[in-house]
Design a protein around this ligand. Sequence first.
Ligand code: HAM
Length: 424
Amino acid sequence: MFRSVRGMKDLYGSDAEKYHFIFTRIKSIGERYGFSMIHTPLLENTDVFQRSIGDETDVVSKEMYTFLDKGGESMTLRPEGTAGVIRAIVSENLTQRFPVKYMYCGEMFRYDRPQKGRFRQFRQIGFEYIGDKSPYTDVMLIMIASESLHSIGIFDFNIMVNTLGDEETRENYTKAIVKYLSRHEESLSDDSKLRLKKNPLRILDSKDKQDVDICSMAPSILDYLNKESRQYFEKVCTLLESCKIKYEINNFLVRGLDYYSHTAFEIQATGAGYREALGGGGRYDKLLPIFGGPDVSGVGFAIGIERLMLIIKNGMAFREPVRIAVIPVNESENDFAFKVYRELQECGIGTDFIQTGNLSKKMKTADRLGSKIAVILGETEIESGIATIKIMDSPETASKNKSVSISKLAAFLKWNIEERTRSC
Ligand code: HAM
């Protein structure tokens, strides 16, 4: 018996519906802000990720699916979307006119330990805005992230914001962090001891309990910002306040990827049940030059779709589609019922035709197919022209059965479907 690869889920039924719902809602927010779709390959030369995300990040050093192809070249399944999108923007010569605004959606791969909301194959929807370095653009991206969650009925989240300053700021801050952490070197995790030599800021992102305790007393980057970086960050915060976007400053937010400068942000779920990062992003100053493009800055974010799927429930903004079952009582009513089925399909109503088994088995099949309403057509119904309607998900027995004229069936069902989806 074959199973799907550990950490990689088959997506079907209501999860597949949720995926589609999330994608269409968030895509329409992106369109409103003037973003268009870009689709890049799942596979890139390993260098694309190594050089942009950074050798010392967990993503590159531990989590990438990397292999040699038949030509002996090192290839990697994309662990995130930004690097490939920037590579495409440069290699497709889309840098003639700025700003360039793209959104993307698709599979990412990280060899991580699978757990709730953490997979080895997962999906992200992301946005990249290239060519307008200004706090207004950073706040615009935070607005899109926040509106994206609202559009799918998620309101319980925190937006955490930090700045990583410019290069000069990071150099000075790195010195301060090395000085502080060197005093605690013995107590750091083995990974962080190595990071102290190679990429000390990464230690702030460590999940090791002891590292977290040590880092909680570390110097804050806010005390090392040069004038330009301070002004930039202050403007971002002022704009967030004037737009009434609730946020928290988190001095130790460095994000898991090395390409950020200035604004970095992360969105954390706060509702019952799930409290991990739903999405994150920030500004990147050096990504385009890494791929041979112009010295132009960008800003973006990505949201993890599986994590949203964990939170959204039927009855929030998400509504499962309302399916209808057309059920002939006996075989002799099959032809008539099939005609009704065809008419409903022509009216754009999602309908199933169920004709195998006795009535009770047909009702069970309708239930399994997720039907909310069954249209029952027996001899009496056909003779009288009045169909029996069973509202399958009604909790009250009294409102379970209705009689509706067969000639008005399509109108009745359309009205019912609209009622059920009205509050979306
Ligand atoms: P990231 O924070 O690495 O950023 O990933 C963004 C989101 O993807 C996370 O907040 C999480 O919801 C989801 N995610 C990450 N890893 C997993 C996993 N193993 N299983 C399920 N979901 C996961 C980026 O990827 C950047 N490219 C974002 C960005 C765009 N920055 C600038 N532009």
